[in-house]
Design a protein around this ligand. Structure first.
Ligand code: SF4
Ligand code: SF4
Length: 393
């Protein structure tokens, strides 16, 4: 790199340095947006007005901060948006990923089945990009954002020309599809922006809307998060999954890929080049037998500081019990009976539901036995419902 005094400090020249560096660091896509109020802010307000965010109250609490990047980096002038492909069709051992999945397995959304937390991977890359900007423009300020700050990353990706919003609400790039992590670097440096992506390329397609197992789209481009499997398995942490949505969860135990899997724009998407995003052997898929007998210690050892920390052990076991109920696999009954004694009520309730679904004398006997000692009213009604409606002798 030339000496700092020789560097052209025009917004166009600085933008070129940023783009070149982002690609050199390893991002698949990069674009630049001015720091403005995105049109998606109105959409966010309407969306919150419908209570579609469910338990994600942090969005409502920080609503005003989403209005402008100033809310995250005071004095921000430019929004550098990067994207990194996370999709991999292979397992860690080099064989093909099992997308059909046997009855005793649970599925993990592909964004979360890597060997490292994507927040850490992307934040590190964004910091590298920020260091370049600090070197080129001494005294400049930057702030990396990966999911955690009140910023409408997808809107800025669109303004920065990276793609359009699909009817499934994901950002889609014509060449890279939608299996993309977005990472943003806010800066107070003025950079020449890219042209926004103003066209949409969904046409008459409705595959994502039709394929959603829980009918979570209130309309094209509008997700009712309260019905989405990603929300149910990850964000709805301390509550039972609503009964009417449990069968739709199939064997998803952490997130869901369905509305991206079916999208024609993902057919030609290439595999990730990031080694940390290759599926971990024990997550792709996840063994329900192992999960249903997971202790607190084992959970901590395997999942601490991973995205699975969010639902925690009890959320994960609740999800696994529902997947077991949907599996039709009677070999899981004994483990579900053990879960009837779990310390977490949401696990006991889900196990009761699953036993009701799998049926049989052993399941009925175990439910009747638990009924005599159960003190949680929610679990009592799960047991009653399983016995009355599914396990009548
Ligand atoms: Fe529906 Fe799954 Fe997409 Fe959520 S992630 S909207 S449940 S298909
Ligand atoms: Fe758009 Fe069809 Fe993809 Fe949905 S599946 S995002 S409608 S192209």
């Amino acid at each position: 790199m030339p000496a700092q005094s020789e560097i052209d400090q025009s917004p166009a020249a600085l933008a070129k340095i940023v783009r070149d560096e982002a690609l050199r660091i390893g991002f698949d896509l990069v674009g630049i947006s001015p720091a403005v109020t995105p049109s998606g802010f109105d959409h966010l307000q309407r969306w919150l007005g419908q209570n579609y965010e469910g338990e994600m109250q942090y969005m409502r609490r920080r609503e005003a901060a989403y209005e402008h990047p100033d809310g995250v980096l005071p004095g921000a002038k430019s929004v550098i948006v990067t994207a990194l492909n996370y999709h991999a069709t292979g397992k860690a051992d080099g064989s093909n990923a099992d997308t059909t999945v046997s009855s005793a397995n649970g599925r993990v959304a592909s964004y979360a089945n890597g060997t490292a937390d994507y927040h850490d991977v992307i934040r590190k890359m964004l910091k590298q990009l920020g260091a370049v900007l600090h070197e080129v423009v001494p005294g400049s300020r930057t702030r990396p954002v990966v999911d955690t700050a009140p910023l409408l990353e997808r809107d800025f990706a669109k303004i920065a020309g990276l793609g359009w919003f699909g009817k499934n609400t994901m950002l889609i790039n014509k060449h890279a599809g939608s299996w993309l992590f977005l990472g943003v670097l806010l800066t107070d440096v003025e950079l020449q922006p890219d042209a926004p992506h103003d066209t949409s390329h969904c046409g008459t397609c409705t595959r994502c809307l039709d394929a959603c197992p829980t009918d979570a789209f209130a309309a094209p481009y509008v997700l009712d998060a309260r019905k989405c499997i990603s929300y149910l398995t990850i964000e709805l942490r301390d509550e039972p999954i609503p009964t009417e949505l449990r069968e739709g969860m199939q064997n998803w135990i952490f997130g869901c890929d369905v509305c991206q899997d079916v999208c024609p724009w993902n057919r030609k998407a290439s595999d990730t080049s990031v080694p940390e995003f290759q599926p971990a052997a024990d997550l792709s898929p996840l063994d329900l037998q192992w999960l249903l007998s997971l202790s607190d210690d084992e959970f901590r050892k395997r999942f601490h500081k991973t995205p699975f920390d969010r639902p925690g052990r009890s959320g994960l076991l609740r999800n696994a019990a529902i997947a077991a109920g949907n599996s039709g696999d009677a070999s899981l009954i004994l483990l579900l009976i053990q879960c009837l004694n779990d310390e977490a009520a949401i696990v006991r309730g889900a196990a009761a539901w699953a036993l009701g679904k799998l049926g049989g004398a052993r399941a009925r006997d175990a439910l009747q036995k638990r009924e005599t000692v159960e003190t949680d009213t929610g679990v009592q009604s799960e047991i009653e419902s399983a016995l009355n409606f599914r396990l009548e002798p």
